[in-house]
Structure formats: structure tokens, C-alpha cells
Design a protein around this ligand. Structure first.
Ligand code: ZN
Length: 411
């Protein structure tokens, strides 16, 4: 887990993990949800679980007791693999879950949330407790926030639904009433000088807070009146940050409350921006496809995979709704190959495409995960496309949810 994953991938993993646990129902009160904040010591959590384990011997139903205890065992085994709690904490869901017929199966889901877990929590219930994570799905990316007027500026970060103030900077810019004895011109010059110094200071703080932070998708600038426009127009921000500015929005305040106002006022624009980016990618794909020779496009799993393995894919476009597994299979007669099946089909009996013998699955992973891994090997960027736009739905319907914009044409 300690390897760095792209924010796009981390978000996908989290969303997918949530889908897996949200609707699960257990037979009895035997599904365990454990939330561990980053600050918590692993040894504390272990002690807590050992205590729960011994208390569970009071449970009346023998089968429930057994299931609770083996879930606690399984969680403890998992926790032993952590040296420390990862940033943002970790949520573990574990228990005996009904399968087809009378069967049950022990499942364990470990989620690394995109936002911090704030409260330690242990619950044992007939379903997993997911409330604390639900707000995090509204996400999406992180944005840098600056609210500024001539008196004050505040810098912060919005990540998902959380706003974190980072720095408040007071200016030494004199208010606009002149003291006796100063010439109006001289006073004006002093003001401009002080404003210049102030803007520089704000820009430096923005550099510290936002530069080279991969998760920052854009920067929102707010404040009352013209100061925010002046700050941008005169290029105080580092040029890399200047490129990230997604818009300016009016706010009444320039303190922490101003950050909240800024996010509130930018909400619609942000949602549109997300969708716009996706739309633009799909439209670019379509304009390539329309070219007589197919242009720099590939679509359908086989063609895209082929181009990907040649290193020819610039941007891989995947529908969030793919919902499939990538399997490696083999049969008794020595046939081995990879194939893609819909989610759930991997639990059915499958026959070898060559000889009809029963197939054994030797490797099984989420299709999107599989694509992320392959893309990583070729420095290909991956964009997950929601089905919230017409373009996104088209990707799913017309191309099975898998397409690519190429670096060069492949035959
Ligand atoms: Zn075979």
C-alpha cells in the first residue's frame, strides 16, 4: 500500500471498495467495522480487539460467536502487516457473508479513505457501518484555495468535502485615508509598494502550499472586489500555479469563513469542469475516429490492449461502469490464456475455449486495476469517465467502455 498510486486510481479503489461492502447483509450480528485514525497506535488497536475477543465469548449463539471471533482474528492478522496507521487512517470491514445457497464466506475489505478518519470506532452489526465514508464519495479532487483583499489573505486546500485552512496573512497595506502632512501622491505610492510586498508574500505561501502537489487539480481565487483580479493579472503566482487557476469567485470574507464561501460559490463551476474535461477527451477520441484512417484512436478491449502493450497509447479512457474481471485461466490439457468476464461470472464454472475442459482460474483481478497496472508500465495516463454525460454513456455503449487516444498509429 505504501507505493504511491495516482489520485485517479486511489479514487477508483475507494469507490469500488465501497460498492463491495455497502449492501452486504450478514446472518446475525457478526459483521465488524473498524475505523482507525492515523494518530492511533497499532498496539492500542490490538489491545482493544483482544478485549472485544474475550467479551465475545458471552455471545449466546455459538455460530455468531465463532464468526465474530474469526473476524476479529482476521482483522488482527491484517493489522500486524502495518507498521503504522497509513495517512488518513484505515477502515477494515470483516465478517462471514452469505453466498449462494446456504454457503457463507469470510470477507475482509481494507479501505484507505481519501479523507482523514477522525474517530476510532469498532462496530459489530448485521451490516457494515459505512456512514463515515459516504461523504467522501462526493469527492472529487483537491483544489487550492486563496481568498484575498488588500487587508488579508487566507490560503487553504479543499479535498473532497473537507476544507483545511493553511495560512492567514495580514497585509501592512495602509487603509485609504491619508494622514496629515503626507502628499497624496506619496501616500498612493506607499500603498502600492505595500500591496506589492503583500501580494508577493501571498504568492510565496501559495507556492509552499500548492506547487508540485500532484493531487491539486486547480486553484480557486476569491475575495470581495477587484484585488483578486489584480493579484492574478499582475502574475504574482508562480507560473505553474497560474496555469492551474480555475476561476475567480466573489466572496464577502477573506478569512477561514471566506474559504467556505469560495467553495460554496465555486461548486457548480467545479462540477462542470470535471464533466467538461471528460467531455473534451471523448470528443477528441471521436474526432480521431472520424478520420478516414481511424486517426490516433483505438477502441474495444482487444485493440486497446494491443496498442497499450506496444506503448502506443497516450491516454486510456475507461468507463467507471466497466464492472469486469481480468482472469488468467488454464485447463487440464495445458491450455492457458487470459480473458475478461463480467463481475460475478468469475464465480461460475467456465469451460476451456480450446477443448471444453473445466477452467481453473490462476489469477483474478479487477479489469480497471489491470489496465492501471499495464498503463503504468508504459507511462500511459488513465482517465476514468463517469456516465454522467452523454459522451460518457456513449463510451460505454459504443465502445464497451474501453478506448484510447494514441501516440502514433498502430496497424
Ligand atoms: Zn483446454
Amino acid at each position: 500500500m505504501t507505493e504511491t498510486v495516482s489520485p485517479e486510481k486511489a479514487r477508483y479503489d475507494f469507490k469500488k471498495g465501497m460498492q463491495d461492502i455497502v449492501d452486504v447483509r450478514g446472518h446475525g450480528t457478526e459483521l465488524i467495522s473498524l475505523y482507525v485514525p492515523e494518530q492511533r497506535q497499532i498496539s492500542d488497536v490490538m489491545a482493544y480487539l483482544r478485549d472485544e475477543y474475550s467479551q465475545s465469548s458471552n455471545i449466546k449463539s455459538k455460530s455468531t460467536m465463532k464468526n465474530v471471533q474469526s473476524a476479529i482474528d482476521s482483522i488482527m492478522a491484517r493489522l500486524r502487516t502495518f507498521k503504522t496507521v497509513p495517512p488518513n487512517g484505515v477502515a477494515i470491514f470483516c465478517g462471514e457473508v452469505p453466498r449462494a445457497g446456504d454457503q457463507t464466506k469470510m470477507v475482509q475489505h481494507v479501505l484507505f479513505p481519501p479523507e482523514p478518519i477522525t474517530t476510532f470506532m469498532y462496530r459489530c452489526d448485521s451490516q457494515f457501518y459505512t456512514e463515515p465514508l459516504k461523504g467522501m464519495l462526493l469527492d472529487k479532487r483537491a483544489y487550492g484555495l486563496i481568498v484575498i483583499d488588500r487587508q488579508e489573505a487566507t490560503i487553504g486546500i479543499m479535498s473532497g468535502s473537507t476544507i483545511t485552512p493553511l495560512k492567514n496573512i495580514d497585509s501592512l497595506v495602509p487603509r485609504k485615508h491619508r494622514q496629515g502632512g503626507q502628499s497624496a501622491q506619496r501616500f498612493e505610492r506607499l500603498i502600492e509598494l505595500a500591496a506589492h510586498e503583500f501580494f508577493k508574500k501571498v504568492a510565496d505561501s501559495a507556492t509552499d502550499a500548492f506547487l508540485d502537489k500532484e493531487e491539486i487539480e486547480g486553484i480557486l481565487v476569491g475575495g470581495p472586489g477587484y484585488t483578486k483580479e489584480q493579484f492574478l493579472k499582475e502574475n504574482y503566482l508562480h507560473h505553474e500555479l497560474q496555469k492551474l487557476v480555475s476561476g475567480t469567485f466573489d466572496t464577502c470574507y477573506t478569512d477561514e469563513y471566506g474559504l467556505k464561501e469560495l467553495v460554496e460559490n465555486a461548486k457548480d463551476a467545479l462540477r462542470d469542469m470535471d464533466l467538461t474535461k471528460e467531455k473534451e477527451l471523448i470528443q477528441r477520441l471521436f474526432s480521431e475516429i472520424r478520420k478516414q484512417d481511424g486517426g490516433l484512436s483505438a477502441y474495444g478491449e482487444d485493440s486497446v490492449r494491443y496498442a497499450l502493450e506496444m506503448g502506443a497509447v497516450d491516454t486510456l479512457l475507461l468507463s467507471e461502469g466497466l464492472d469486469s474481471r481480468r482472469l488468467s485461466v488454464q485447463c487440464n490439457n495445458g491450455h492457458r490464456y487470459d480473458l475478461t468476464v463480467r463481475e460475478g461470472e468469475d464465480e461460475e464454472r467456465m469451460e476451456c475455449g480450446e477443448c471444453g475442459a473445466v477452467l481453473e482460474i490462476t489469477y483474478n483481478e479487477d479489469l480497471v486495476d489491470n489496465f492501471f497496472e499495464r498503463a503504468d508500465a508504459f507511462n500511459t495516463s488513465v482517465e476514468l469517465i463517469s456516465s454522467d454525460s452523454e459522451e460518457g454513456q456513449m463510451l460505454m455503449k459504443a465502445f464497451g467502455g474501453i478506448a484510447a487516444i494514441l501516440r502514433y498509429r498502430v496497424e
